[in-house]
Design a protein around this ligand. Sequence first.
Ligand SMILES: *[C@@H]1O[C@H](CO)[C@@H](O)[C@H](O)[C@H]1NC(C)=O
Ligand SMILES: *[C@@H]1O[C@H](CO)[C@@H](O)[C@H](O)[C@H]1NC(C)=O
Length: 312
Amino acid sequence: MAPSVARLLKALIMSFLLCLSLLFFSGDRAAIKRIAYEFVEDKAKEGVIYVEVRYSPHLLANAKVHPIPWNQKGGELTPDDVVQLVNEGLREGERAFKIKARSILCCMRHMPKWSMDVVELCKKYRNKGVVAIDLAGDESLNCEAYPEHRKAYEEAVRCGIHRTVHAGEAGPASVVREAVEVLKAERIGHGYRTLDDKALYKKLLAQKMHFEVCPISSKLTGAWNLEFTEHPIITFMKDKANYSLNTDDPLILNSTLNDDYRTAHTHMGFTEEEFKRLNICSAESCFLPDKEKRELLNTLHAAYGLIQTTAF
Ligand SMILES: *[C@@H]1O[C@H](CO)[C@@H](O)[C@H](O)[C@H]1NC(C)=O
Ligand SMILES: *[C@@H]1O[C@H](CO)[C@@H](O)[C@H](O)[C@H]1NC(C)=O
């Protein structure tokens, strides 16, 4: 019997916000706040009770950002304003839909000069909605070539800012190694290519490194171009690795978290037990302060104790 995916309470820790919509809305204050608010609404409908959503504040700004993204004319909206607007939208969404939402600010691999700015924003808003720093984009641009990212992550370590890094999505296992060893990542975004380096994979399994995996995204971006039935996520499942199931960018992909769960169930042999286990892993690896993390875990444990198995 198929697990009751839609009703399962979930913790979602890797979801992109605003990537596509920013092409139309960057610089538009009301739209940015509204998109953040509606994002919380959508996640609440999918059974998510805690979400960490990530975005690049610079890609939505048109002032105090060089170069100005998307060939726009200069305007008034700074990356700092963007963070405030997203925080406001998320907060209003939390109140309206009774779930918890936090954000992660992204550095972009091809824009190293933004990275110190990103870590400063993480510091400024750390108790106001922002929980971590991320590094996203083209993995061929490694940190040896771009020391600014390393400097930003060193500052994050120094200040106790949580760290995740997109690595081993399309890029090689060496990018994962760099994320862990140089950038001191606490979680790896995607990480599929880790499996190409057996020694590294074994080490990360032993370390209980958390992988934020996104099945539908990996297929649509071409990061994984074979069948779902051969996906590296299946290896993570079989090895009882520490990982979570996520959407990546629902606006670009036009898919929901429940589509990812159904894909994992239908094509990858995931059971309801595994869905519960990976949500516990997700909550244990989330970037909330300890007390709030315990509350989240308690809520999930209570819900999973009670949930009935039914069809979709
Ligand atoms: C997005 O998906 C929904 C539901 O599958 C579909 O009805 C809609 O047409 C899709 N939108 C786009 C822009 O592809
Ligand atoms: C996953 O990582 C979190 C955070 O380090 C840890 O608390 C948890 O025990 C790990 N889970 C597994 C199954 O390794």
